[in-house]
Write a protein that binds this ligand. Structure first.
Ligand SMILES: CCCC/C=C\CC(=O)SCCNC(=O)CCNC(=O)[C@H](O)C(C)(C)COP(=O)(O)OP(=O)(O)OC[C@H]1O[C@@H](n2cnc3c(N)ncnc32)[C@H](O)[C@@H]1OP(=O)(O)O
Length: 283
């Protein structure tokens, strides 16, 4: 039984007892809290492909604040799309960018990473579609990943001629062996669901979104008898080195991002990539 929509994008909504509040479906992020379990299902809702622009990242960041302030018991991250979890960073934020917005965009992505990777509450990604690059990063920030069959996932940045930041790499290394992470990152591998399971990039395979949510719930249930404080302190201790590394280098990381992305060669690469995407979707 779903109790309420905690927050949809930046608008706080009331308790309804039904699945959605009236306008929730129009919002960038929809949060529903289960009455019985207290788990929040957070649904990315930016059609067509949940590409992460500044506004979507801001909505995710605010949602994570809400969950923390409400002492959430657990979060399941998923997507309203039928075939895409998230297409990663919105390439339009990087192509012919305005530097001020670009800095805010990157800083907000950093915020989301800090809040999700270091969240005190347990987190699971129910990956119900393709999950390249920044989409894969969001799932890697979670503690557990359940992925539906016949999709692809990975940090494919090198295929775009760009270098994933060290905190993207650290997130992948946290889930997979160092060797497999090195191969995946240097090749920019997009794994099929079954391949991702083999290398430990995902933890379980699901037959449908409903099955993914059920498996995600079963994972969260494992913590029922564990002290939440002991749990979160353990998680944060294990992740603290990665977190402190970015905390100590936030400004340099933003400057590096701006420098890297504004290089003419990278801009040309992004232009060609966008053209290829548009040509494909026009077919
Ligand atoms: C120093 C910098 C470090 C960090 C750098 C990068 C990290 C990133 O996240 S970069 C983004 C990487 N993302 C990708 O490589 C994924 C690209 N997209 C796809 O492969 C497919 O769209 C996807 C498999 C996700 C879904 O396929 P379809 O369901 O077939 O959809 P379409 O391909 O038809 O796309 C629909 C529509 O969306 C536009 N689109 C797709 N992805 C993006 C994106 N990441 N950013 C912006 N726009 C995107 C696509 O062009 C289509 O647009 P229209 O032609 O206008 O309909």
């Amino acid at each position: 039984m779903l109790r309420s929509v905690l927050r949809a994008s930046t608008t706080r909504l009331g308790v309804t007892g039904s699945r959605f509040c009236s306008s929730a479906a129009d919002k960038l992020v929809i949060t529903e809290v289960d009455d019985k379990t207290g788990y929040a299902t957070v649904t990315l809702n930016r059609p067509p492909v949940n590409s992460l622009n500044l506004e979507l990242l801001t909505a995710i960041s605010e949602t994570l604040d809400d969950l923390q302030n409400n002492k959430s018991r657990g979060m399941i991250l998923t997507s309203s799309s039928k075939s895409v979890f998230s297409a990663g960073l919105d390439i339009m934020e990087m192509y012919k960018p305005k530097v001020d917005r670009m800095k805010e965009f990157w800083s907000t992505l950093q915020d989301v990473w800090f809040k999700l990777y270091g969240s005190p509450f347990p987190t699971v990604a129910a990956i119900n579609g393709h999950s390249p690059a920044g989409g894969c990063l969001l799932s890697l920030c979670c503690e557990y990943r359940v992925m539906c069959q016949n999709y692809t996932i990975g940090l494919n940045e090198t295929r775009l001629g760009i270098v994933a930041p060290t905190w993207f790499m650290a997130s992948m290394r946290n889930a997979m062996s160092r060797r497999d992470a090195e191969m995946a990152l240097t090749l920019g591998t997009l794994f099929t669901t079954d391949e991702a399971l083999k290398v430990g990039l995902v933890d379980e395979v699901a037959t449908s979104k409903e099955d993914a949510i059920a498996k995600a719930t079963a994972f969260l249930d494992k913590f029922k008898k564990i002290s939440p404080q002991a749990r979160s302190m353990t998680k944060q201790a294990l992740r603290s080195k990665d977190i402190m590394e970015l905390e100590d280098n936030r400004t340099q990381d933003i400057d590096l991002f701006v420098y890297a992305v504004t290089q003419p060669k990278v801009q040309k690469g992004l232009e060609m990539y966008l053209e290829a995407l548009k040509a494909k979707s026009a077919k």
